[in-house]
Write a protein that binds this ligand. Structure first.
Ligand code: FAD
Length: 302
């Protein structure tokens, strides 16, 4: 059996595995795809101490660092069940069962997609999901934010300070964000809010040049010229496979304490799949380190 088995090979999983392996204990990573969301990222400008890098390049360095420690990396493998017996068992979709004294879950999250034409095509070419990551790329430009919940309105307020103009599109007749956020939003001179509208298409040639939406009251179609679209309709944690096993919050995020421990003894979690605030590479690596050390601490006490 492993001493520490990490499920998920994004930045949090890599960090957790390195911290564990540096204690001289038997460590493994099982992941569907090494690198996680970072593999889908083009430019990265907020990984502190590195002014600019690109997703696949950062993933290559992560992989190189992980390989320094003889960590057993098993990909592409999807976990489908976790059970605590004497040891903790992780069953894979191919039927294999891995056993470990401690497990760190770092299965990340995925942005909910709009599913309209142009979204996939212009991803990283004007279609973005993370205002903290990509906001500065749109300085002086006109962007749309799709989604009028808390994250959409927070994104719009944030972007309004950087870009020239922000148009918020909300499907329902009212914004769902907290009143204080809405007040702030409506106080900004360079924000337009469109409610009761359905995004039909993101248009462009080599990159985004506009958005087409339908006014749901009149069924009229409209087109706005703009250069960026931030989709803010939810970040879904990849935790469906263990919601009956570890305690999650109402968003499906795994609840962890300050050592990265979950509700199941010996099971730790890190990164975007947890209830941590703000989902970023540097934050997920930090929580991976916490979970790696938390798991080691657990092992020496049990
Ligand atoms: P992830 O990166 O999501 O990794 C999850 C891992 O778990 C993957 O290996 C996946 O294959 C695996 N996995 C999932 N389910 C299973 C399963 N059932 N069994 C086995 N393996 C599983 N952050 C920044 O700081 N700066 C940026 O510029 C930036 N840009 C971004 C751009 C895009 C397009 C996206 C999508 C995200 C961006 N982010 C950025 C956010 C950042 O990528 C995430 O916060 C970070 O990757 C989270 O790391 P993680 O290890 O928790 O999860």
């Amino acid at each position: 059996p492993f001493d520490v088995l990490v499920v998920g090979g994004g930045p949090s999983g890599a960090s957790a595995a390195i911290y564990a392996a540096r204690k001289g204990i038997r460590t493994g990573i099982v992941a569907e795809r090494f690198g996680g969301q970072v593999m889908d990222t083009l430019g990265i400008e907020n990984f502190i101490s590195v002014k600019y890098t690109e997703g696949p390049k950062l993933v290559a360095s992560l992989e190189e660092h992980v390989k320094e420690y003889g960590i057993d990396v098993m990909t592409p493998q999807r976990a489908k069940r976790l059970e605590k017996k004497d040891l903790i068992e992780v069953e894979l979709e191919n039927g294999a069962v891995l056993k470990s004294k401690a497990v760190i879950i770092s299965t990340g999250a995925r942005w909910r997609n709009l599913g309209v034409p142009g979204e996939a095509e212009f991803k990283n070419k004007g279609v973005a999901y993370c205002p903290h990551c990509d906001g500065p790329l749109f300085e002086g430009k006109h962007v749309a934010v799709i989604g009028g919940g808390n994250s959409g309105v927070e994104a719009a307020i944030d972007l309004a300070g950087i870009v020239k103009h922000v148009t918020v599109l909300e499907f329902m007749p009212e914004l769902k964000a907290d009143a204080v956020l809405q007040e702030r939003l409506y106080s900004l001179p360079n924000v337009t809010v469109l409610k009761n509208v359905q995004t039909k298409e993101i248009t462009g040639t080599d990159k985004v040049n506009g958005i087409t939406y339908i006014d749901r009251a009149t069924e009229e179609e409209h087109h706005i010229e703009l250069q960026g679209v931030f989709v803010q309709i939810g970040l879904v944690p990849n935790t469906d496979w263990l919601r009956d096993t570890v305690e999650c919050n109402r968003f499906g995020e795994i609840i962890v304490d300050k050592h990265g421990a979950t509700s199941v003894p010996g099971v730790f979690a890190a990164g975007d799949c947890t209830d941590s605030a703000y989902k970023q590479i540097i934050i997920s690596m930090g929580s991976g380190a916490t979970a790696g050390l938390g798991a080691f601490d657990y092992l020496i006490r049990n």
